[in-house]
Design a protein around this ligand. Structure first.
Ligand SMILES: Cc1cc2nc3c(=O)[nH]c(=O)nc-3n(C[C@H](O)[C@H](O)[C@H](O)COP(=O)(O)O)c2cc1C
Length: 186
């Protein structure tokens, strides 16, 4: 059974990107995949710095995040758009996880694995501009990024207080993303 890790590039309480990636995960589960949804607020890690890495090694939360990546075949990733790019939190977590440790092959957490990317924003473009560089980054670390993607605009009107996506059309689109990744991994 395909194992998928679902996470967002936001550690904000009530993150819309966490909401949409959770919804996409439901689509993958319905398609028979085993999905782990994580909340990035539980993986607080320092900004990557080679001096810090040399003196203290991989921080505990960065190691825990990397271990999860290593244990899964594909990723559902939702990133906020900050000033037209993906979030620094996401880049930082990927930078830590990209570091090769003893007994590993280069980029082992990512290489030849598949990803589906998405974004959500209260604004009108839904964060689509951040998905362009995110797709490039993931491709450059040897991931297969599926063509399916979704940028959910006006997201604050589409999610309830519990953080569930309530808009039927959006739910359908997000479930479709999860399904696409699960089908690809099969
Ligand atoms: C520094 C900063 C820059 C932002 N830049 C953009 C942007 O370029 N495009 C956009 O659609 N929203 C932008 N936003 C709004 C975010 O999309 C919004 O805060 C969103 O809710 C963050 O994602 P989250 O809910 O998953 O935490 C920006 C927000 C911040 C704090």
């Amino acid at each position: 059974m395909a194992k998928i890790l679902a996470f967002s590039g936001s550690g904000r309480k009530g993150s819309y990107n966490h909401s949409i990636v959770k919804c996409a995960a439901e689509g993958a589960i319905a398609q028979g995949a085993e999905v782990t949804v994580i909340d990035m607020s539980e993986f607080d890690m320092p900004i990557f710095n080679e001096d810090l890495e040399a003196s203290e090694g991989m921080p505990e939360k960065a190691q825990a995040f990397k271990d999860l990546l290593m244990a899964h075949d594909g990723f559902l990733i939702a990133s906020p758009e900050y000033n037209s790019g993906y979030s620094a939190l996401l880049k930082n977590a990927i930078d830590w996880a990209s570091r090769m440790q003893e007994g590993e092959k280069p980029l082992q957490a990512f290489k030849n694995k598949a990803a589906v990317i998405m974004a959500a924003s209260p604004g009108g473009l839904g964060g689509i501009r951040g998905l362009v560089p995110l797709r490039m980054l993931l491709g450059n670390i040897s991931m297969i990024v599926l063509p399916n993607q979704l940028a959910v605009s006006g997201v604050s009107k589409l999610v309830n207080d519990e953080g569930d996506v309530t808009d039927e059309k959006t739910v359908k689109g997000l479930h479709g993303l999860g399904k696409a990744l699960a089908d690809f991994l099969k």
